[in-house]
Design a binder for this molecule. Structure first.
Ligand SMILES: [Zn+2]
Length: 348
């Protein structure tokens, strides 16, 4: 018998921060590895341990990033990439996600010879196939440049991303540009030109910042790069002036609760900054980051936050998140309306 859906499960959700590599269902990775004879272990159960963060592995970014190693073995080929994209979208749909922005670093999918443009169009092919199955879903791709590969590569990626921009295509396209990877030693300010290129090509701008660096990284992201959304942004709570600025300019923070404890961005036992952000009136979105690595999904992330927020609050958060989506509405950028008024947490 089919289980009745709870009100939380039924709630329509908006996902603005989800990585392809960390979200491929274990079943799909296993199937593709077996098909190509690439499986490093004999059973799916053993494979799962290599793909999903295990108890005792939390609290360190490097152990978290280790989990991204194996999916890359299979996502170097056009059809495989399109297939994993479809499977990720299908999983999100089951959680009642109706607007989904996926993100992906093209360069780490070019090792087998795909051009950067092909690595992007393979994702778009998967998205467009999924759209036929899930016609009530809005979908788009954010292209990521990796910090450690440096500002020149980021500029090249920004140009490639523009060529597949949603503004130039009838079907789904690239909606935004992002920077990810180790913040330390690779400051945001060095990537100004790539952000200028992306902006000039009509892409929206987000950035992973304040995950393993202090508030300065977030200031640079908004003042120098012009990012209108921040991924994680955890360290903003250390700087009241920054919190006020984020609220004043309605810069959205893409919050990834489970992932932040797993990577050590938020220390275990400390409250998650999303509650402070909400109290300041900063728009936030509830995001999974990596559904497979973090063993999570949209329903689970929302369920956790129900400890402090009401279902009405969560519904409102998703509605506001929708306004901050980079996906065009009827071929045009979404109109931004109103501001986020401060929320009150239920208890802490
Ligand atoms: Zn992320």
């Amino acid at each position: 018998m089919k289980k009745k859906m709870t009100a939380l499960e039924k709630m329509q959700k908006v996902e603005l921060h989800q990585h392809v590599d960390g979200s491929i269902p274990v079943d799909v990775t296993w199937r593709l590895m077996k098909k190509h004879g690439l499986h490093p272990v004999e059973t799916k159960k053993e494979m799962q341990k290599l793909l999903v963060l295990q108890a005792g592995e939390e609290g360190a970014l490097l152990r978290y990033l280790d989990k991204f190693h194996y999916p890359q073995w299979i996502t170097q080929f056009y059809d495989n990439i399109a297939l994993v994209i479809e499977s990720i979208i299908a999983e999100a749909y089951k959680n009642n996600v109706r607007l989904l922005e996926l993100r992906y670093a093209p360069i780490i999918h070019s090792f087998a010879g795909l051009t950067l443009r092909q690595t992007i169009s393979s994702v778009l092919s998967g998205i467009n196939k999924a759209k036929k199955r899930f016609s009530d879903m809005e979908l788009g791709l954010i292209v990521i440049a990796m910090r450690h590969q440096g500002p020149h590569i980021a500029k090249i990626l920004a140009r490639q991303a523009i060529s597949e921009s949603q503004a130039l295509h009838e079907r789904s396209g690239v909606i935004g540009f992002d920077l990810a990877g180790a913040e330390r030693g690779n400051p945001a300010r060095l990537f100004e030109e790539s952000y200028t290129i992306a902006r000039s090509g009509g892409l929206h701008l987000t950035i992973h910042a304040g995950e393993d660096e202090g508030p300065q990284a977030i200031w640079e992201s908004i003042d120098i790069l012009g990012a209108t959304r921040i991924g994680h942004g955890c360290s903003a709570i250390q700087d009241k002036a920054l919190l006020k600025r984020l609220a004043k300019d309605q810069i959205m923070i893409e919050c990834c609760y489970t992932s932040n404890y797993q990577t050590g961005a938020v220390k275990i036992g400390e409250p998650h900054p999303i509650l402070t952000f909400l109290e300041y009136g900063i728009p936030v979105s509830i995001c999974t980051d990596n559904t497979t690595v973090s063993a999570t999904h949209q329903n689970k992330e929302n369920q956790i936050l129900l400890q402090w927020l009401s279902l009405a609050d969560l519904t409102k958060i998703h509605k506001i998140a929708e306004k901050h989506s980079f996906i065009h509405l009827n071929g045009k950028p979404r109109p931004m309306q109103g501001t986020t008024r401060a929320f009150k947490r239920k208890k802490i």
